[in-house]
Write a protein that binds this ligand. Sequence first.
Ligand SMILES: Cc1cc2nc3c(=O)[nH]c(=O)nc-3n(C[C@H](O)[C@H](O)[C@H](O)COP(=O)(O)OP(=O)(O)OC[C@H]3O[C@@H](n4cnc5c(N)ncnc54)[C@H](O)[C@@H]3O)c2cc1C
Length: 719
Amino acid sequence: MNLMSKLAEIVGRERVFDDLAERISNSRDMSVHQGVPELIVHPAGTEEISKIMKLANQEKVPVTARGSGTSVTGAVLPVCGGILMDLSRMNKIKHIDKANFHAVVEPGVICAHLNAALAKEKMFFPPDPGSSAIATLGGMVSTNASGLRAVKYGTTKDYVHALEVVLADGSIIKTGTTAPKTATGYDLTRLLVNSEGTLGIITEVTVRILPLPPYTAFAMALFDNLDDSGRAVTEILTSGIQLCACEIMDRASLNVVKKRYNLDISDAEALIIMEVDGHKAAVQEQMIFIEETCKKHHGMDVRWSDDPNQRAQMWQGRAGLVPALSRLKPGYRLVPISEDFGVPLTKIPEAIRGAQQVAAKYDVIISTFGHAGDGNVHTTFVIDLTDKSQWDRLRPASDELVDLAMKLKGTISAEHGTGLTRSGYIRRELGQVLDVMKTIKQALDPNNILNPDKMGFAENDGDIFDHFAFEPLIKGIAEANSFGTDVNAEVLACVQCGFCRNGCPTFSTTGLESFNARGRNILAFQMMTGQLEPGPELANTLYRCTTCGTCTYFCPAQIKVPQIVKKARERLYQAGLLPENYAAVLENIRKTNNPFASSKEDRVSSFPPDLREAIAKGTLPRQAETLLFMGCVPSYVDMKIVPSLIKNLSKAGVQFTALAMNEICCGLPIYLSGSDEFAAHADRVMAMVKETGAKEIVTPCAGCYHTLHDLYPGFSRMG
Ligand SMILES: Cc1cc2nc3c(=O)[nH]c(=O)nc-3n(C[C@H](O)[C@H](O)[C@H](O)COP(=O)(O)OP(=O)(O)OC[C@H]3O[C@@H](n4cnc5c(N)ncnc54)[C@H](O)[C@@H]3O)c2cc1C
């Protein structure tokens, strides 16, 4: 029996996946690396995971755990192949114990979902990474994630009371306790936190929770001098005020958020955002002190507010900053290498200046922002991915950023972890400690099956460009594979952050990455770089996209996924891979001018009787300023829309005409199929529209509106 069948025996055939589209869709994260799994399994409980691990250990097959795949370092990528264990189905909040300040959750619970449940109890789980809208608790524990509130509340490790973990040989252990403190034995809980899936699979987490603070306010201040901003922060932090967040953004980052924040950044070198929570009177007093201190240190445009909407908007802008960096220039993308160092608090201005000098020396963009209150500086490269010389300059630039972190007595990763990206650098920081880590790894995972080759455990030390995902791009995009400059730039700007998971309707019903916008973009990238040829598995996922664009709405970089999907479909169409049901719709439109193969006469069956009579007698004016374009769905499927529209327009005294029985499909299904017949079809529709002399078209159909408004101008002109 092969591995696939053995896994299917454990979890059921419907939860094991080996198709190419799903495997490739799971092969990337925000880093520069890629790793394609051989099989993906979605276990539903600890017992299943234990059996899977026993099997994998016997057969010496690598297993990489996956939460939501928001890793920034390649940590989640199965670079040695094997099994990718997707834990997102284990998403139950098992228990909230308010009186004892803890909650028990499965590893696939999303951080924001836990906080939504806790908010009902007036409690919260403080660690809040920028990815909290989709990051899982398992992933957060495994990377010791932290976020904006770490200044006051600490990082994930400070909130893990106990863990249930399946070890490499399948045995199940429980570490920690729900008692507030313990002094028994080694602290295995702490060892497993931040182990990036290299020591065991976390199957249950008991987290510490806190009462929600009653009142929160935030302040923002621009500075035209970095050192002034540093001095202001130091004075505030050492005054005894316990900031819960303290963020800094440099000029390159401000360029990305200035519109959202409505800021004039002409003279600004840095923006500082600070948040304080607690009792109202105390917080307000502290806000006044913060305002005065910022002004004293030459802060410009200093403001503070306790408005929850403004606060939500402000943090949304900050959370979206990372993915939005890819919008700095078309064809550019952020590249997280040496982007996460931590330094002593007072060294932050020096760290930012040092990063700016590296950027100038190697002529690359580095956007620097971070958590000024906890010494975490994100120095993020943004480069033209197709430019080999920029990639070449990244290596020495990255080395110098690591030198800088070491010189400032800092750390190479304050919160994103080691993964693959920093594997080559970890020994510089840890020295002999890495050998101790290797001994522990060998003891717990003698066959080296748990997330191998990460965290400096590979035989060669590792390199920032190991398992490099962008190699084919550097060779250039062949004309035959290109989606055109604009759509190519959309594909490249996607950083695989996965925020689209929150909106994609096909992901929400399947839970599969290949049915999510991120997965589809990864597939498009592979097509664009000539690594994937059109095939039935690609057609299956790409034609199931509804092109609703909800992903674009949720995407901080507003990637136009529907356009990408459309271009990919053109190639699938040309390769003869239009799915049968889609082909039938197109054939119906060709033969009957509507997708349902309904009759011409039925198109007016929902018109009010007097209008039908006017049409029959030929007394409906053929020309009018307003044309009602009814659309196929309102005409043939939802019979209430057309009568209500006509009733309202008639009441309003609008003089209109309609194409009535002669109306034809707007052509949206043709457009979406990737067929090249759309332009000719659009011309046919526009010729009919022109004959009516209409100056405006009113349609009750959302699809027709989108087609006429957004898609026609490129193909055909109105009057
Ligand atoms: C836009 C964006 C913003 C971010 N902002 C922050 C930030 O502010 N702070 C921060 O700390 N991080 C941040 N990150 C990084 C990332 O989101 C966090 O590390 C997050 O905690 C990972 O959660 P995940 O569920 O996506 O884990 P994944 O990416 O799926 O996995 C991460 C690691 O954990 C392991 N793992 C996952 N689940 C388990 C499990 N059950 N058992 C054992 N191992 C497991 C994986 O093997 C992998 O090594 C950001 C990422 C993005 C895309």
